[in-house]
Design a protein around this ligand. Structure first.
Ligand code: PLP
Length: 434
């Protein structure tokens, strides 16, 4: 048995079967540099999924390594939020300012799940209600509350949840009943649905709505700009809080704006974040209106949340994103990639839709000659791109959406390289399916 096969067998023996692994023969990554990673067998790949949007700026970045090393140099990693942590305060100051939320305060966690659990705890406490609105096709994490507001059958177990959740339209536009509507009619239909749900399925005293500005796991499903402003106007009528889950959409990845929700011309009451902030180091958090954050009267703590190592890495990552204007790079190269993919789609009917913003691009695959979601095409695409040295993601309720989200430091020539590999792989997939 090869070393690789042995590791896979050991993985299967002691880790749960439902822990998702990509590829027929899963990859063990051991090195990284720039936008490229190398596996244990020496194959190098261009990483177009940035971990899972975790490695926002790529691999082996001196600024990140130096920041983390400087923490280790102290000889101890004193991890406890019972003491002052300078880089935690500095990071909170930056995020509060960037959030645009009035009088903002930040609480750090270790993951997106914990961030969303915290945000919903704050909202339900502030509003004295356990009723929460979520979007269909959403994904918010693996906690007891976050699983409840995950409206995606493949990932949810919400029937067992303690949260009183009602789902509204506004998630996966491409597959919903309003799919043929233009933007304005779509927004109007979603708002009418929201009003209907509030009037008929809730007791009226709803705590919050939690929503991803672009649904990540749901297949980079991208709503028309303005949807969340229209929602917020309705929510504001009765003080329902809006939580924007920016776990995938934050830090400039969507190109036009620093936060995904800003495309909608609205400031939420809270935002949650994680993934890319630590460039691989575990960190998440909530940035909230001061009155909402301070409404908690009981003591609270996160033992590891905001620890010195993660916050040092996060400060360095955030500084890097801002100093190198990676948001502008995401916009430029995202548009280039989307244009290129649409061009490929013109010749290959297996591509049903290309969508997204910045370096968050979804390619929906369909059975040729129709509109049926093609999970087999997505599986084939993963294998074909891997063969050619490109790692990509997949997702969507039907498992038929390719997700492209490279590190935001992507270069023009790497974008060209990826487009070439994607075009070749699409042509092979298209031919096999027809
Ligand atoms: N929210 C969104 C939008 C996500 O995409 C994810 C993870 O994929 C989460 C929350 C949960 O984050 P984590 O896996 O860090 O707990």
């Amino acid at each position: 048995m090869s070393v690789h096969a042995d590791l896979l067998a050991r993985h299967k023996a002691v880790l749960p079967g439902w822990l998702a692994l990509y590829y027929d023969e899963p990859i063990e990554i051991t090195h990284g540099e720039g936008r490229r990673v190398t596996d244990a067998e020496g194959h190098t790949y261009l990483d177009f999924f940035a971990g899972i949007l975790t490695n926002a700026i790529g691999y082996d970045i001196a600024e990140i390594s130096d920041a983390v090393r400087s923490q280790l140099a102290g000889g101890i990693v004193h991890t406890s939020t019972l003491y002052l942590i300078r880089q935690q305060v500095e990071l909170a100051e930056k995020i509060a300012k960037l959030s645009g939320i009035p009088d903002a305060k930040v609480f750090f966690t270790n993951s997106g799940t914990e961030a969303n659990e915290t945000a919903m705890m704050l909202a339900t406490q502030f509003r004295r209600s356990n009723q929460v609105l979520a979007l269909r096709n959403s994904y918010h994490g693996r906690g007891f509350g976050t699983i409840a507001v995950t409206g995606n059958r493949g990932w949810s177990a919400s029937s067992l949840s303690p949260v009183n959740v009602s789902y509204v339209h506004g998630g996966n536009r491409n597959r919903g009943p309003f799919r043929d509507f233009n933007d304005a009619d779509y927004i109007a239909a979603c708002v009418a649905d929201l009003r209907e749900v509030l009037a008929t399925a809730t007791a009226g005293d709803v705590a919050c709505m939690i929503a991803e500005p672009i649904q990540g796991v749901g297949g980079f499903a991208t709503p028309p700009d303005g949807l969340f402003k229209a929602f917020k106007d309705v929510l504001d009528e009765t003080g329902i809080l809006l939580i924007a889950d920016e776990v995938q959409t934050g830090w400039g990845r969507t190109g036009e704006h620093f936060w995904g929700i800003q495309a909608h011309g609205v400031t939420p009451d809270m935002m949650t974040f994680a993934k890319g902030l630590g460039n691989g180091f575990a960190i998440g958090g909530v940035v909230a209106r001061g009155d909402v954050m301070d409404s908690l009267t009981a003591n609270s703590i996160s033992t590891f949340g905001g620890n010195p190592i993660s916050t040092a890495a996060a400060n360095a990552t955030l500084d890097y994103v801002l100093e190198h204007d990676l948001q502008a790079n995401a916009l430029k190269l995202g548009n280039k990639l989307m244009n290129g993919l649409r061009h490929v789609g013109d010749e290959n009917p297996v591509i049903g839709d290309v969508r997204g913003k910045g370096l968050m691009i979804g390619v929906e695959l369909v059975e040729p000659g129709g509109d049926t979601p093609s999970a087999r095409a997505a599986t084939k695409m993963l294998e074909e791109t891997r063969k050619r040295g490109l790692l990509i993601g997949k997702g969507g309720l039907n498992g038929n959406v390719l997700r492209l989200a490279p590190p935001m430091t992507l270069t023009e020539s790497e974008a060209d390289e990826a487009l070439e590999i994607l075009a070749e792989s699409i042509a092979v997939t298209n031919e096999e399916l027809t």
